[in-house]
Design a protein around this ligand. Structure first.
Ligand SMILES: NC(=O)c1ccc[n+]([C@@H]2O[C@H](COP(=O)([O-])OP(=O)(O)OC[C@H]3O[C@@H](n4cnc5c(N)ncnc54)[C@H](O)[C@@H]3O)[C@@H](O)[C@H]2O)c1
Length: 317
């Protein structure tokens, strides 16, 4: 495969690029390496990817259609994996325009190139946040997703609708993947596991929202990469899948595991629920299992151990 992979310097993009390169694909990474979180983390991921001859990289904004189109034309991808986006639920409340620029304008630029050049497949990142405050658990793909509680979620729903519209109008292939709380080595510093590890290392308190009464379908990165690879290999029109673990854990359990693996006792700041957040996410993964053979294998205890050993090495603890 020749894959244009947006967000290659990001957490999921890095791991997916590396796996695809190891399997013999040629990858063009496209990313603006923005400073939503420490760009040094992104640079260290890119350093790993640059060791592959079949990896090339263009630094650019999704909104900059000229740079994006010219990178596309030169590379001529047969598959497109669109992971670049402004992520984060809480940040979207304070910074709405970041989501409009990257997730709406940027997404439109990509999908218009898909329409123009017709690659074999187009797979893009959606999110479990599209389920908003839905009370029925687990979340399954046939549920209503018209009640977002953050602009981030609204932008992902808009992406899914745009893909559907283009599927109906122009018959382009598209698969949206609704990821559920992904974690692992090189993960995002703004997400709980990495953020907590950093605060624990500095002997600072970790913020525990909703007094710790949170349930998350923590999904290990290798399982997510397996799901993405299966989706890339199967072009479909107007498709959407949940990619979670399907076996949730509570937040306090994650914190206890992290304490064990880092050998540091966490100081906790128990806080109320935050706007835009939900108490529980659980994925119904039966559709991805049936159609893609998706079968997440990594339990939280195993995944946190892997994260912990990576973190200790990364921070030289
Ligand atoms: N990590 C999760 O748990 C999770 C859960 C649900 C959905 N997602 C989605 O999966 C995708 C990847 O997430 P991630 O965790 O790897 O996030 P990430 O922030 O680590 O990666 C996103 C990358 O996109 C780049 N980017 C952002 N805006 C850009 C723009 N306008 N132009 C060019 N590059 C831009 C960033 O620099 C970053 O490297 C995102 O679309 C995210 O919304 C992630």
């Amino acid at each position: 495969m020749r894959i244009l992979l947006t967000g290659a310097a990001g957490f999921i993009g890095f791991h997916t690029s590396r796996t695809l390169l190891e399997r013999g694909s040629t990858v063009l990474g496209y990313d603006n390496i923005n400073n939503y979180y420490d760009p040094a983390v992104k640079e260290s991921r890119l350093e790993v990817l640059r060791s592959f001859d079949r990896f090339s990289f263009v630094r650019g904004n999704l909104e900059d259609n000229e740079t994006l189109s010219s990178a596309w034309k030169k590379f001529n991808p047969d598959h497109v994996l669109h992971l670049a986006a402004q992520a984060g639920v809480r940040y979207s409340i304070e910074n709405p325009m970041a989501y409009i620029n990257s997730n709406i304008v940027g997404y439109q630029n990509i999908i218009d190139l898909v329409k123009k050049y017709r690659p074999n497949n187009f797979v893009y990142a959606s999110s479990s946040s599209v389920y908003g405050g839905n009370k029925k658990l687990p979340f399954s793909e046939d549920q209503d997703v018209s009640n977002p509680i953050s602009l981030y979620a609204a932008s992902k729903i808009a992406n899914e609708l745009t893909a559907k519209c283009y599927g109906n109008l122009f018959e382009i292939p598209s698969t949206g993947l609704r990821f559920f709380t992904v974690y692992g080595p090189f993960s995002r510093p703004d997400m709980a596991m990495f953020k907590f590890a950093e605060l624990m290392r500095k002997e600072q308190s970790i913020p525990v929202f909703n007094n710790g009464k949170m349930i998350r379908d923590f999904t290990y990165i290798e399982d997510i990469v397996a799901g993405i690879s299966a989706a890339l290999a199967k072009p479909e029109i107007n498709q959407v899948y949940n990619l979670g673990k399907g076996r949730p854990n509570d937040l306090m359990e994650m914190i206890r595991l992290l304490e064990n693996h880092l050998g540091i006792k966490a100081k906790m700041d128990m806080l109320p629920m935050q706007a835009g957040d939900v108490e529980a996410t659980i994925a119904d993964i039966s559709k991805a299992h049936k159609n893609l053979g998706y079968e997440p294998k990594t339990d939280l205890a195993v995944g946190v151990a892997k994260f912990g050993s990576w973190y200790r090495e990364y921070r030289k603890l």
